[in-house]
Design a protein around this ligand. Structure first.
Ligand code: AMP
Ligand code: ZN
Length: 130
């Protein structure tokens, strides 16, 4: 869809700190992480929210969430991996995968813009474990 930032990330028109992709999905670091390693996974095709996805794509996306969770946890040393589906800012389906160390951390009030160098280093470390 024209003017959708996640469609542009999905087709490579907008750069991202990409962790993994296949023909249907791409995972990349959120530029405003709650904690380092905060990842977004999206379908490359535009769909407004995850619950509008077909069963097969929905299941495949969550299989990819599971596949990413281990490498993200290893690379960050986080005690837990949390998931959020919200979509108040970007109306293109996505799941937030967030490394956590304490209860109560899973809040967007804690999100802060990351330094590009920090995103690159975190991305490198996660890809190493994939
Ligand atoms: P929400 O739609 O409320 O689930 O939040 C959308 C998320 O997308 C926010 O956490 C933003 O920081 C993130 N975001 C927006 N634009 C980009 C981008 N170009 N690259 C990475 N993350 C982004
Ligand atoms: Zn889109």
């Amino acid at each position: 869809m024209d003017n959708c930032i996640f469609c542009k990330i999905g087709n490579g028109a907008v750069p991202s700190e990409k962790l993994w992709e296949d023909d249907k999905f791409i995972a990349f670091l959120d530029i405003n992480p709650i904690n380092p390693g905060h990842t977004l996974i999206i379908p490359k095709g535009h769909v407004e929210n995850v619950f509008a996805m077909g069963e097969g794509d929905y299941a495949a996306m969550f299989a990819a969430v599971k596949k990413l969770s281990g490498p993200i946890q290893k690379a960050t040393g986080a005690r837990r991996i949390g998931l959020v589906i919200e979509g108040f800012l970007v109306p293109h389906a996505h799941v937030h995968i967030v490394p956590l160390n304490h209860g109560g951390e899973l809040s967007f009030s804690r999100a802060k813009k990351a330094e590009p160098g920090d995103l690159m280093e975190t991305g490198r470390r996660i890809r190493h474990h994939l």
